[in-house]
Ligand binder design. Sequence first.
Ligand code: QAP
Ligand code: CO
Length: 169
Amino acid sequence: MAVREILKYPHPLLKRKAKPVVMVDEGTRRIIADMIETMYAAPGIGLAAPQIGELLRIIVVDVSVKEKGNGLIVLINPEIVYAEGEIVYEEGCLSVPDFSIEVKRASDVVVKGLDREGLPVELKASGLEAVAIQHEIDHLNGTLIIDRVSFLKRELYRRNRKKLLQKQT
Ligand code: QAP
Ligand code: CO
């Protein structure tokens, strides 16, 4: 396992639609192991494969505060099959540092996909966990929270990040 570099906005890969995993094999499990390690190292509560440069439909989520690994969700080819309710949460993203925005999403979801063995799974999530799953599925479709603000605000953020990066080097 390895902590991988997290791609940051405006990296072009983050805008692309990730491809479904056709076979869950050792390579897939290796990517998942790296995603988990990278998420905990950050630390973050969710990560999508494109954030580490893998254009595949895989997400990991762990919103549990203590007992690392206890609330871990790994989903391959995740699909929301049922959604209800509303929740507004101030979201951040490891790929969009120093930015947050209130997003309205479903408060309760049922999501299906494959587990690390390639077996079908279906799970229910609510609250923060439901928010995290929807946020990570957005990544698989090339959508970031920064895409939810106006063009002008996005350009301002981009310009400030560029300046900051130049100062660091
Ligand atoms: C996605 O986000 C998410 O800007 C996961 O300086 C967000 O783990 C799911 C993070 C909101 C549910 C609700 C962001 C850490 C972590 C930052 C994250 C930062 C440090 C974000
Ligand atoms: Co994110």
